[in-house]
Design a protein around this ligand. Structure first.
Ligand SMILES: [Zn+2]
Length: 88
């Protein structure tokens, strides 16, 4: 399901405080809301709106989105391939 992130960014321009609920992956720039975004906030439509504009995007322990985490996880193999073979 495609979500219109650009509308979400416009929404965040109006409510910059809501950035605290947004994760941004430093590697690919993907935006998503934090999993800990509450179901509802008192006198605020923010949670529903944020969910409308942004997918849920937890960041892994190294601060990357799931996709980048997986792509960095395969990197050591390609690095090993480029490195000269160890001779015993
Ligand atoms: Zn990413």
């Amino acid at each position: 399901m495609e979500r219109d992130i650009s509308n979400g960014l416009l929404y965040l321009q109006d409510y910059p405080k809501l950035w605290k609920w947004i994760n941004r992956c430093p590697a690919c720039g993907s935006l998503g809301h934090k999993p800990e975004l509450p179901e509802s906030l008192p006198q605020s439509a923010a949670p529903g709106n944020i969910r409308k504009y942004f997918p849920c995007m937890p960041l892994t322990e190294n601060g990357l989105c799931e996709q980048c985490h997986q792509s960095t996880a395969v990197k050591p193999q390609s690095l090993n391939r480029d490195a000269p073979p160890e001779s015993n």
